[in-house]
Every structure is written in C-alpha cells, then in structure tokens.
Design a protein around this ligand. Structure first.
Ligand SMILES: C[S@@+](CC[C@H](N)C(=O)[O-])C[C@H]1O[C@@H](n2cnc3c(N)ncnc32)[C@H](O)[C@@H]1O
Length: 306
C-alpha cells in the first residue's frame, strides 16, 4: 500500500463466486495516507481507540443516527470508507445486499472483524482508500468521519467517485469547525496553556478532523473530483466524554487534538502532564451533568451524486 503501483488488498472475507472484477481508472490510484500516517493510526491511535472505544463510538453514532434515514437502502453494493470499528458497516449491511468496509489500519480492522466478522454480507478489507479497487461498482460510497485524513483529498475523492455507478450516492459525515466542537477544542486550548503546539511536519494521522470543516472548500473539492448535486447540512450532537471529569480528562489527554499535543510534548521530553490534566479538568468541570461530562459536537452531512 505504499505506492501507486501497489494496490493489493488483504481481503478478509471472500465475496460470492462469479463476481466480475471491477477496476477504477488506474490514473487515480494513489495512497491517501502516507506510511507515516498509517503508522500513527496503527501504533498510536488504534491502542487508544481500543481503550476509549465507548466515547469514540457514541460520539460518532449521535451524528450518524441523525442522518441514517437519508441513506439509500436495498442497493446491491455499498462501500464504507475508513470503517474503523465497523459499526456503520454492519448497519449498512442490514439494508444493502453487500457491503465492503475498508480501513488502512490493521488493528482497527481486526477490532471491526471481532465485532462484526459474523455478518455474512459484510466484507472487511485492509486497504488505503486511494489504492483500493472494488470488485464491482457500488451504488453508495459512505463514510462516517473517515475522509478528513486524506492527504490528497481531491485526487482521492475522484478515486472514490470512480467506484460508483453514474448517479450513485456519495454520503459522508465530517466535523464542522473547531469552535463548533468544544468537545475537542476546549481541551486543546487548555493543554496549550502549559504545553507547546505540535511542530509543523511532526508525524500525524493526516490533515486531521477539521480539514473538511469549511463548506466552500468541501463543495470545491467535490466539484473538482467530478461529483454533482453536492449539499451540506449541519448536524448537532452531544459528546458524553465520561462519567466523571477525571474519566473525560483521560480521554482528552489520550486522543484528539489535545492528545496529539500531549504525545508530541512527551516525545520532546517536556511534558508537564499534571499541569495539563489540571487545565483540562478545569475546562471540563462546567460540563458535568447527571449523565456524565457532556459537550456539544457539530458535523456536516455531505451528500453528492457520482
Ligand atoms: C475517525 S476514524 C472513524 C472510524 C469510523 N468510520 C467510525 O465512525 O467509527 C477514521 C478512520 O479512517 C481510517 N483511515 C484514515 N485514512 C484512511 C485511508 N487513507 N484509507 C482507509 N482508511 C483510512 C482510520 O484508520 C480510522 O479507522
């Protein structure tokens, strides 16, 4: 998966016999995640995701639940891009004949298989979205918070479009701006009071969760990739970060933008974790409810046609 001539995939479950190979136009093949970014997903993010699985899944599910009725059903083939733990893949498989769920992170995909590997019309594939070739065209390309990490967004979106039948649906959730997502932003600001910002060029999982937050940019990217009828609708939710401020701080110091700052400061050998935790706890304290520590989250529901 490291260059544009290598687009082999590890197919974890095998589709039914007799399916014709389908190969998108070869000039669009190019990995969307660098080897460094994939290594961050595998070695840094995945173990922390596993530990904070409940918060990760619940915060994303609020948003997908709000739009799920808009998703086409009774279609022959849907592809879930950046499927992570595979929960949306399993849900798509309830109403589609076949679902291909792809992710570039082996440990995350293993977790998806352990959760949903028994679903017979769901095929998990270890692949970079930019290098993947489905065996047959799809009628839906879906992603829940999986596209904002593409290093070549327009080229990769063009590649995703090439998987689809003309007129087929493209549908994705992406986070709105940092300011509209205090569930991640408040902790980022809090740790920056005591820790240095991440250096440009430091290893990361790609452009990051807010790279598709600007509607005009997303519309221009989709247009340049050849999609039509693009539309963005706001979705508002609440992220429950844990039962207590301490639990919520554990999540923030491990993952998301605050977690990234902590990780880099630790690498550079000047991380005052006690001070960072105190700032984060202070920032989160006003959001304690009887259900836990709950902060607003905001996404765009982006739809288009191939
Ligand atoms: C924020 S997670 C979202 C996971 C899942 N869709 C969900 O909503 O729970 C982003 C996922 O995209 C995957 N990913 C990032 N870049 C990718 C790429 N170029 N190709 C395939 N998957 C990618 C990551 O490994 C990760 O599982």
């Amino acid at each position: 998966m490291s260059n544009d001539t290598n687009h082999a995939q590890s197919t974890v479950t095998v589709p039914s016999a007799g399916v014709q190979p389908f190969v998108p136009s070869p000039e669009t093949f190019n990995p969307a995640a660098s080897p460094e970014a994939t290594a961050v997903w595998n070695d840094v993010v995945a173990p922390k995701y596993a530990h904070h699985e409940r918060v990760m899944v619940a915060s994303a599910t609020e948003h997908s639940d709000a739009v799920w009725n808009d998703i086409p059903t009774s279609i022959p083939h849907a592809i879930d891009v950046g499927c992570g733990f595979g929960d949306t893949s399993e849900r798509l498989a309830r109403t589609s004949q076949h679902v291909t769920a792809i992710d570039c992170s082996s440990p995350l995909l293993s977790r998806a298989i352990s959760r949903h590997g028994n679903v017979t019309n769901l095929e998990f594939v270890l692949a970079d979205a930019g290098n993947y070739a489905p065996r047959r065209p799809a009628q839906l390309c879906f992603s829940r918070f999986g596209l904002m990490f593409f290093e070549r967004p327009v080229q990769t979106l063009k590649h995703l479009r090439s998987w689809l039948e003309p007129g087929a649906s493209f549908a994705t959730l992406v986070w709105r701006s940092r300011e509209e997502n205090p569930w991640l932003e408040l902790a980022r600001q809090a740790v920056l009071e005591v820790l240095p910002p991440v250096d440009d060029g430091a290893p990361s999982c790609g452009p990051g969760p807010f790279s598709m937050s600007e509607p005009a940019v997303v519309l221009a990217q989709l247009r340049a990739a050849g999609f039509r009828s693009a539309n963005l609708e706001p979705v508002d939710g609440n992220a429950n970060l844990g039962a207590s401020v301490d639990e919520a701080a554990d999540f923030q110091l491990a993952l998301g933008p605050a977690g990234e700052i902590v990780r880099h400061a630790q690498k550079q050998g000047h991380c005052d974790l006690t001070a960072a935790r105190a700032r984060v706890c202070n920032a989160l304290a006003p959001f304690v409810t009887r259900h836990g520590v709950v902060l607003p989250s905001a996404s765009w529901w982006v739809t288009a046609r191939a």
